[in-house]
Design a protein around this ligand. Structure first.
Ligand code: NAD
Length: 358
């Protein structure tokens, strides 16, 4: 298969970890007989230096002409956010690209590899031999996008936020969620608050209707409060989770800490046409940028997600995932996931080790 990939490495550790993702993609291409063509474009502070803006039209054009977008990270040091180069950088670049391509679905995996159970904040007895949960969040609807209003009613300040979903929005994410659940453990948990909210009652009905087309996926419903508790108490009982914007925001951040480091988690944003952008869950990590010590696994797993969800390459995804898992099991670690008695490797060596196991 021939695929054109837009590569937006961005700022901070972005270019360093992106090199390693491309190294692994090249190995996949070689092993499986694919041809990946990479078109690089500037974004974030790197684009500002060249074009005076964080998301130039030329970058959107490169992305629009590609089969998928592989994104690194953007943004400068936290104490330099007022510098014109960094001011509003993350917001302009990321929200801008999401809006431009109407990315309305967010995939946030929460993976604890067996070899990394010791760095997870969860107890070993809860983790067992590790787990792999996929949280699918609706991204452009719900209460964050409803009408917001603060008023004065007889001298009392009152605030209102409107939550709205229509059945088409829910049906669209239901389809993606069932399709993804089918390629995983075949179990989909839909999270809502249907004991209180009309939006959730509709959400639940539409999920039920959609399940009729997916006899091979077991659908379960769970209230958000219970889901938050169960994710911590019994994470291994989850496989694929689908939920609305606000609940997904909270659950995906909650479960991102289970891995023990931001350096190992990928993510994706998809639109209704299946076009996707893939990026690490963490940011540009200015505190360690340029030192060759960042963990490239998040970027490598983001690239693997691109293979699976944009190109339909399940075997290739599995090959990368297994290579990461095996590398960790063999005791190869970057500093963020290393224990005191282990010797940390650098970004490039970690990339070499993973590529060699693909
Ligand atoms: P961050 O995620 O960049 O860093 C948080 C901590 O995690 C740091 O200690 C960092 O060293 C560590 N870390 C992150 N990724 C790592 C990796 N691959 N390997 C090893 N350690 C890793 O968050 P922050 O410090 O709050 O933000 C820094 C900049 O990143 C800001 O400018 C912010 O706006 C931007 N940001 C960008 C994105 C994005 O591009 N999607 C997301 C979040 C933050």
């Amino acid at each position: 298969m021939k695929k054109n990939i837009a590569v937006l490495a961005g700022d901070g550790i972005g270019p360093e970890v992106m090199n390693e993702a491309i190294k692994v993609l090249d190995k996949v291409a070689l092993k499986f007989g694919h041809e990946f063509e990479y078109t690089e474009a500037l974004i974030g502070g790197a684009a500002y230096d060249e074009h005076g803006e964080h998301l130039p039209e030329s970058t959107l054009k490169v992305c629009g002409g590609a089969d998928a977008v592989l994104f690194g990270s953007v943004g400068g040091p936290v104490d330099a956010q007022d510098d014109p180069k960094w001011k509003g950088c993350e917001k302009t670049a990321i929200l801008g690209i999401r809006r431009h391509f109407s990315f309305n679905i967010n995939l946030r995996p929460s993976i604890v590899f067996e070899a990394l159970t010791d760095i997870s904040p969860l107890k070993k007895s809860l983790i067992g031999d590790g787990f792999d949960i996929m949280i699918i969040r609706e991204l452009t609807g719900g209460i964050y996008f409803g009408k917001h209003e603060t008023s004065d009613e007889n001298g009392v300040r009152v605030a209102r936020d409107e939550m709205r979903y229509d059945e088409n929005e829910v049906r669209a994410i239901a389809k993606v969620a069932f399709d993804i659940a089918k390629t995983r453990g075949g179990k989909l948990i839909s999270v809502d608050k249907a004991n209180v909210l009309d939006c959730s009652i509709l959400w639940r009905k539409v999920m039920e209707e959609a399940s009729a087309d997916y006899g091979d996926v077991a659908l379960e419903h769970m209230y958000i409060d219970n889901a938050a508790m169960q994710l911590v108490k019994n994470p291994r009982s989850f496989d694929t989770v689908v939920t609305g914007n606000m609940f997904g925001d909270i659950l995906s951040d909650l479960s991102s800490v289970f891995a023990g480091s931001l350096g190992v988690l990928g993510s994706a944003s998809l639109n209704a046409d299946g076009f996707g952008m893939y990026e690490p869950s963490g940011g540009s990590a200015p505190d360690i940028a340029g030192r060759g010590i960042a963990n490239p696994i998040a970027q490598i797993l983001s690239a693997a997600m691109m293979l699976k969800y944009s190109f339909g390459m399940q075997d290739e995804y599995d090959a990368v995932y297994d290579a990461v898992s095996q590398t960790l099991a063999d005791g190869v670690r970057t500093g963020d996931i290393c224990s005191a008695e282990m010797k940390a490797v650098g970004t490039s060596e970690m990339g070499d080790e993973i590529a060699s196991r693909v």
